[in-house]
Every structure is written in structure tokens, then in C-alpha cells.
Design a protein around this ligand. Structure first.
Ligand SMILES: Nc1ncnc2c1ncn2[C@@H]1O[C@H](COP(=O)(O)OP(=O)(O)OP(=O)(O)O)[C@@H](O)[C@H]1O
Length: 241
């Protein structure tokens, strides 16, 4: 049961944001997706979650072509995501932010609240449960957004720059949480991050995009040793950098 892009292309008007992109996430695996600004990372996540239909190629989930599924359809099928901005429901408290997700997926309210309490406890943030989502400190908002994405027991979790604005210590705590999500829940995770050090420390496999194309993929050693990656980040004149 994998979530995958197969030779995906996405164009906005005449601009090709993705060209022939293939990548695959297995259950319990943490994949990193990196690349310079505008490389196409968010477009990849949008395509893997039904927010953007591929122009060419296919999105596959467990061997099924889900390219035309809606975003809600992807969520129901077990693919959850977070956004660069937390996008919490600011009029609700933390517990209700989580519970309403499972209610939206068809669960009864009492069961959804119970699941939300368990999940907040599992993440070590049970103390936040009655707090209004509006005005949460930035790092707590990020953690609640991840907790909300975990509601309904998804098989895959796609995280769009979850460590943006975090201190080194907060980013290390986040890395530990992502490991737990993969290991203890068996969820396949895809992590987009500008913090390349964090990605290389968390992910066994990293995909590098530049100009909408996959320019490299492999383990930490392969990424660090890649001339194409150095050129993408530092410009063509890598020897001088
Ligand atoms: N809806 C859209 N309409 C037109 N162009 C778009 C749209 N969405 C993205 N793009 C363009 O596609 C390219 C890829 O954007 P995308 O947001 O996927 O890159 P990214 O790697 O996530 O960038 P960043 O690291 O800056 O968030 C960019 O040039 C962007 O301007």
C-alpha cells in the first residue's frame, strides 16, 4: 500500500510547475522533499492530496489510480496533510478543532472527542485541549495542526514546512515526533522543509526537486554527495562556493 506520483506533470497556463515527477511513500517510511524556492514542492503535496489534479501522469494509492479524487476523497481514503499556515478553526478550542475533523469523516461526536483526547495525550499536549485555537503560541499551533491531521487514523501524512519559524530545539522535538508517527502508528510521512539539516536527520530517503523536476533522490550520503543538488542550492559555480 503506497502513495505515489507516476510521471506527473502540472502546468499553470503555459508554466510547467512539475514535469515527469515520480516518487513513492511506503507505510511507516519518512520521505523528505527539498528544493529551492519555487521548485514545485507544495505543488507535489497538493497533487498527492487532491488539491491539484495532475495534467499528465497518475496519482496512485494502494495500486488504485486516484488522480481524479477530490481533496475530501483523499482524506477519506487515508491521506492527510498540514499546510504552511496552520489553518486551525480559530473560533473553536483545540479539542473541537480535532473532533470536527473526525465528525467530518463520518464519526459520531462522542467517539470523535474521545479520539481527540487520546491523540492529544499521545502527543503530550493534553494541557492544550480547552485552549481557544486563536492566539495559541506558534509552535503549539503547529503541533495542534499535526494532531488534527492525525485524526481518523490516516495511512499517510504530508507535512508542508512544519518547522518554519521554530528554534533548533523545537525542530529537534518535531523530528522526534515525526519519527514516532512513522514508527508507532505505521504512517507513511512526506516532509517538505527548507531546513535541509532537519530533513537529512529525519528522512531515510530524500527527493530533490528543482524547476519542477526530480534532480536527485537517495539517502543522506547520496544527497550530500550530489553535484546537481549543490548546483541547485548554490548556483552553477559550485567549486567557488
Ligand atoms: N496556482 C498557481 N498558479 C500559477 N502558478 C503557480 C500556482 N501554484 C504554484 N505556482 C508556481 O509554480 C511554481 C512551483 O510552486 P510551489 O509552490 O509548488 O513551489 P515550492 O517548491 O513549494 O516553493 P516554496 O519553497 O517557495 O514554497 C512556482 O513558480 C509558483 O509560482
Amino acid at each position: 500500500m503506497a502513495l505515489a506520483l507516476e510521471n506527473v506533470g502540472v502546468a499553470f497556463g503555459g508554466f510547467r510547475a512539475l514535469s515527469e515527477v515520480s516518487l513513492s511513500i511506503a507505510p511507516g517510511q519518512v520521505i523528505g522533499l527539498i528544493g529551492p524556492n519555487g521548485a514545485g514542492k507544495t505543488t507535489c503535496v497538493n497533487t498527492l492530496t487532491g488539491f491539484q489534479a495532475p495534467g499528465t501522469g497518475r496519482v496512485m494509492l494502494g495500486g488504485r489510480d486516484v488522480s481524479r479524487l477530490s481533496a475530501h476523497g483523499f482524506r477519506r481514503a487515508g491521506v492527510a496533510r498540514t499546510f504552511q499556515a496552520g489553518r486551525l478553526f480559530t473560533g473553536l478550542d483545540v479539542l473541537d478543532n480535532l473532533a470536527c475533523t473526525s465528525v467530518g469523516l463520518g464519526q459520531r461526536r462522542a467517539a470523535a472527542e474521545h479520539e481527540a483526547e487520546d491523540l492529544l495525550h499521545w502527543m503530550g499536549i493534553a494541557d492544550l485541549q480547552s485552549r481557544p485555537a486563536a492566539g495559541l503560541p506558534y509552535t503549539d499551533e503547529r503541533r495542534v495542526a499535526i494532531a488534527r491531521a492525525l485524526m481518523g487514523h490516516p495511512d499517510f501524512l504530508l507535512l508542508d514546512e512544519p518547522a518554519a519559524g521554530m528554534s533548533e530545539k523545537e525542530a529537534a522535538d518535531l523530528a522526534a515526533l515525526i519519527h514516532r508517527i512513522a514508527r508507532e502508528k505505521g504512517i507513511g510521512c512526506l516532509l517538505i522543509e527548507h531546513n535541509v539539516g532537519l530533513v537529512l536527520s529525519v528522512c531515510a530517503h530524500v527527493v530533490v526537486l528543482d524547476g519542477g523536476r526530480v534532480i536527485e533522490q537517495g539517502d543522506r550520503a547520496a544527497i550530500l554527495g550530489s553535484r546537481a543538488v549543490r548546483e541547485a542550492y548554490l548556483g552553477a559555480n559550485v567549486e567557488a562556493a
